[in-house]
Design a protein around this ligand. Structure first.
Ligand code: FAD
Length: 358
């Protein structure tokens, strides 16, 4: 008998003994658990509903598996094939106001809460700080992982502390904002310690005093068009309208939004690029010049490309899509071709934003 089947036999006993404590199932379809709508399956699937279960999982269950993967809403995950290990799905719910005064509030939010609903909740209460991040799919617990960002704001701007279970020890751990090593679409939880910590709660610091961020993209114009007064609510609604006009609705078309990060290049490379392409769009950032990856991909002629059921979204070249029955491998292979093309034309390496699971 192989190692793996021995382990699964042991897990069968665990499943029976501990069903009351944790929901552990086998051979589960992941199609509804990833926004690319890839038809992959999980050999094992555990739903974590509270911190006690998370600790129990870390101490008693994970050691029995060769491989595991943390999954939130699956809106930044691409499955190449079925996953032969244990998928740990975050299902913790709840929000708690830790402190509130005239200027703002501090909130503790469970990792399994839906991010877009959380944003709606905050703006309905008149709490500012997350309105520019409206309609980003996924869970609250995943928001620090890649430091989600949009329209000039990043979640690091409002995170005070991240609470997690250390999956190696089963102990509770907390990270202050500066300990999370937040960077552009990156954090300690993504690049340095991927799959080490199961995030259970995130503490946010939000404000009530008017502090609006309208300068990025067309938010200001969109609010002007709607003739609404500027408020956290009207900013969130403007962001939603803009996003709906540019990005595919995940209910209709499989995608993970931006597939690649926008590359940052140094001054010399930027000057060279601008000599050859005077119309290149860019944003000056601390460590160089950020070039929109969508523009680079578009220049290579990929926008609107389609083969079988996979392709590049016709309205935004940064978004790869599944028109129905694409496989994760097909989408990954397309992303490789695009990377090679952009590199051979511009000498710029594109890095994937998505978590690729083989
Ligand atoms: C249409 C569309 C638009 C998008 N627009 C944006 C955008 O504007 N800006 C942006 O930043 N992103 C965007 N995204 C990407 C995605 O919404 C975010 O990355 C989101 O935070 C992913 O959340 P999730 O719960 O679906 O994560 P998942 O895909 O489930 O997981 C993503 C990663 O986080 C890890 N993870 C998830 N939950 C936990 C947890 N509790 N503890 C530890 N690790 C965890 C996973 O292991 C995985 O590595 C978009 C996606 C789509 C489909």
């Amino acid at each position: 008998m192989s190692m793996i089947s021995l382990k699964h036999e042991y897990s069968d006993q665990l499943t029976n003994n501990m069903k009351s404590q944790i929901d552990l199932r086998n051979n589960i379809s992941l199609k509804e658990y990833n926004t690319f709508k890839i038809s992959a399956r999980a050999a094992w699937f555990a739903r974590v509903g509270n911190p006690g279960q998370a600790k129990f999982l870390a101490k008693e269950i994970l050691p029995q598996y060769d491989r595991f993967l943390i999954l939130g809403g699956g809106s930044n995950t691409l499955f190449a094939k079925s996953f032969d290990g244990l998928v740990v799905h975050m299902a913790m719910k709840g929000k708690e106001v830790l402190h509130e005064d005239a200027t703002g509030c501090r909130l503790r939010v469970a990792a399994g809460e839906d991010w877009p609903e959380f944003v709606d909740y905050c703006v309905s209460k008149g709490w500012g700080g997350v309105e520019n991040l409206a309609l980003i799919p996924g869970q609250v617990g995943a928001s620090p992982v890649q430091n989600i960002g949009a329209y000039g704001r990043e979640v690091k701007d409002v995170i005070e502390e991240v609470h997690a279970i250390d999956l190696k020890t089963g102990e509770e751990v907390s990270f202050k904002n500066e300990e999370c090593h937040f960077a552009y679409r990156d954090s300690l939880f993504k690049s340095e310690k991927n799959d080490r910590y199961l995030i259970t709660f995130v503490d946010f610091k939000l404000h009530k005093e008017d502090e609006f961020h309208l300068d990025y993209g067309s938010i200001r114009d969109e609010i002007r068009k709607s003739k609404e007064a500027v408020s956290y609510q009207s900013i969130a609604e403007a962001v939603k309208r803009i996003r709906r006009s540019k990005l595919p609705d995940v209910g209709e078309l499989g995608s993970v939004g931006s597939f690649f990060k926008n590359p940052v290049i140094n001054e010399d490379d930027f000057e060279l690029l601008r000599e050859q392409h005077p119309d290149v769009p860019f944003f000056k950032v601390l460590d160089g010049y950020k070039i929109p990856a969508g523009w680079l991909i578009d220049q290579c002629g990929w926008k609107g490309y389609r083969e079988k059921d996979y392709g590049v979204y016709p309205h935004q070249a940064l978004v790869l899509v599944n028109y129905g029955n694409a496989t994760g491998k097909e989408i990954y292979a397309l992303s490789e071709k695009i990377r090679e093309d952009v590199h051979s034309r511009f000498g710029i390496h594109l890095h994937r934003e998505v978590t690729f699971v083989e």
